[in-house]
Design a protein around this ligand. Sequence first.
Ligand code: FES
Length: 106
Amino acid sequence: MPQITYTNFEGARRTVEATPGDSVMETAVRNGVPGIIGECGGSLSCATCHVFVDESQLSDLPAMDGMEDEMLWGAAEDRRDNSRLCCQIRITPEMELRVTTPQTQV
Ligand code: FES
């Protein structure tokens, strides 16, 4: 079963089991993981699902599209090279992804 590990900006870590096909944002919200809001429900219009992906796993993910790239410039915390909007990351059957949430999403 896929697993996502969410680490907050203070280093507190939470690993949850995930369902293939769901997004990393949906999985966080459903499990009450703090630090991810997902205000727009995944329609790529809020940037409150900003995360920093473990750099060693970045290349395992499909590349972001132009809209996600554009939305990341509006995230509350400055984007980094490993920033993604996690509503756009679909969970695959073997995924064991590690992400860190920013200090603020709004
Ligand atoms: Fe709104 Fe990801 S949930 S952009």
